[in-house]
Design a protein around this ligand. Structure first.
Ligand code: ZN
Ligand code: ZN
Length: 506
């Protein structure tokens, strides 16, 4: 599975913490008299509803029955904070996290609009708990405040512990283009951190990697590159296909709660490998443990946010451009079972996109003998928006999921193979996917590219190694991805020449 970008690392939860409550020091964001009142009084739902100023979030209960509930924004912040925050954190740390949670919600608003709500209640978005007295106070003390850049809420991240050095966003999510999250910062509150250790056998790792889609059997592994922050960027996997993996994908494959961060070293003894490392989580943006320590030593919420998000400013929601405002406007055209959406200012109009999609659907469904309706085709306004919605790497041009096709911005497609070619390949993948759901990924990918090609590729005379799933889903570079896809097409073409029925290729 691709590494899903998300605000909070699963590692935020379940960390043993030893923070003490800093007595009495409450928000610098509110006046002293209100702060005093807040420190004593229980913050009610009603106060949070009023502080929300009419803003609310539609939450889909994906962890339960899927029902949708409209929750006032500040009540939502208090509920997420109850699940994400450290139980005994000082108020300033809790408030910093409240700001990050609120900022995330505003940036991600509408992430689930196709399912009829804004945000879900799982780790995919943010988990909700019952609000408690502390989380209510922190939400109210920071009500309406978010981190902003260029008059918009900024995309922000946080994780449990950076271990002493933050990580650049682009390392964790290749192609992420937030300039304000590219710098690496020293975090001088981790000197006394105990390193963590983990021991695994080569066989255990081999099994975990196979489950993530790797072929072959692991014989040995080695770190081949580090990021500028010193985390593991890439490893060589002797005996497996592909034989290289990104550090973050390696951590996901082994389990993010087992391998707590990519800031590790390895030593091997016999068939066992010992990992020793620092920190917990991806390390991008705010460090929850670090924020707690800063609050305890007297830093206020503004100082804490300035440390972890140095280029962002604390702003009031009322002064910002928000999703749904005119600047985010999109155009939509729906006709003949195809819905096409483009962002405002797109060089390809919604009508043209719909027409291209209709043509691709018509010719491909005739060839394949299968049809899907309705189909949603969406051009994303930015590469980051595409990445956020699909979790695909930056070199991907399109993603076909169920009945939806996501495309990178038209300008990016035009610089690659063109809008129409990317759309045709994605349409083919969408049409073959239901019939090939139980096959290896190369069958689906190969079939889509085979049928989308203007001239069907000839099967090569020499057999090629069909790519393992991970070669297609966890490729470490655009070149590796292209190579794997080329082999997928070759493998498909050979098998198809034999079966004569694309549904029977396996
Ligand atoms: Zn979600
Ligand atoms: Zn830290």
């Amino acid at each position: 599975m691709p590494v899903q970008p998300r605000l909070h690392d699963e590692a935020v939860k379940g960390v043993a913490l030893s923070l003490l409550v800093a007595g009495g020091a409450l928000a610098v964001l509110v006046g002293p008299s209100l702060a005093d009142a807040l420190a004593q009084a229980e913050v009610t739902d009603r106060a949070l509803v009023e502080a929300s100023a009419g803003r609310s979030v539609a939450i889909g209960a994906l962890s339960g029955d899927g029902s949708v509930t409209e929750i006032p924004l500040e009540l939502y912040v208090a509920r997420v904070l109850a699940g994400e925050g450290e139980p005994d954190a000082a108020p300033a740390a809790r408030q910093a996290l409240a700001v990050a949670i609120r900022t995330y919600a505003m940036v991600q608003l509408g992430r689930h609009r196709r399912e009829g709500f804004d945000l879900c209640d799982t780790v995919h978005c943010q988990v909700l708990r019952a609000a408690n007295a502390d989380s209510r106070r922190a939400a109210l003390a920071t009500a309406g405040r978010v981190l902003a850049i260029d008059d918009r809420p900024a995309e922000v991240f946080y994780s449990a512990s950076c271990g002493g050095r933050s990580e650049a966003a682009a390392t964790v999510w290749p192609g992420a283009t937030f300039p304000y999250l590219q710098a690496i910062h020293e975090d001088d509150v981790h000197e006394d951190d105990e390193p963590w250790a983990l021991e695994l056998t080569i066989d255990q790792m081999s099994e975990a990697l196979a489950a993530a889609g790797f072929g072959g059997r692991l014989r040995a592994l080695a770190i081949t590159a580090h990021t500028t922050s010193g985390r593991v960027d890439r490893l060589r996997l002797d005996g497996m296909r592909p034989a290289a993996i990104a550090g973050t994908a390696f951590r996901s494959a082994l389990g993010t709660t087992r391998l707590r961060s990519t800031a590790f070293g390895m030593t091997r003894a016999g068939d066992r490998v010992r990992f020793t490392g620092r920190g917990y989580g991806h390390g991008v943006g705010m460090c929850v443990i670090g924020a707690g320590r800063r609050a305890r030593r007297g830093e206020d919420v503004e100082a804490i946010l300035a440390q972890y998000y140095p280029a962002l400013e604390l702003a009031d929601l009322g002064t910002l451009i928000l999703p749904g405002d005119g600047a985010f406007g999109e155009r939509e055209v729906s006709e003949g079972g195809i819905v096409a959406r483009v962002p405002a200012g797109s060089s390809v109009s919604a009508g043209d996109l719909r027409a291209m999609a209709a043509r691709a659907h018509e010719t491909l469904s005739r060839t394949l003998g299968t049809s899907i309706s309705p189909v949603i085709v969406e051009l994303h306004p930015t590469l980051d928006d595409f990445r956020l919605d699909t979790g695909r790497p930056p070199w991907a041009s399109a993603a076909a999921t169920g009945t939806t096709i996501d495309l990178v911005p038209a300008s990016a497609l035009e610089a690659r193979r063109g809008v129409s070619a990317a759309l045709r390949t994605a349409m083919a993948e969408m049409l073959v996917a239901p019939s090939l759901a139980d096959r290896p990924a190369w069958v689906r990918v190969g079939a889509a590219r085979y049928f989308a090609a203007a001239v069907p590729p000839e099967p090569g005379s020499l057999p090629v190694a069909c790519p393992a799933d991970a070669e297609l889903t966890l490729a470490v570079s655009a070149e590796a991805q292209r190579d794997a896809e080329a082999r997928a097409v070759q493998c498909f073409a050979r098998a198809y020449a034999t079966t004569g029925d694309w549904r029977k290729v396996e």
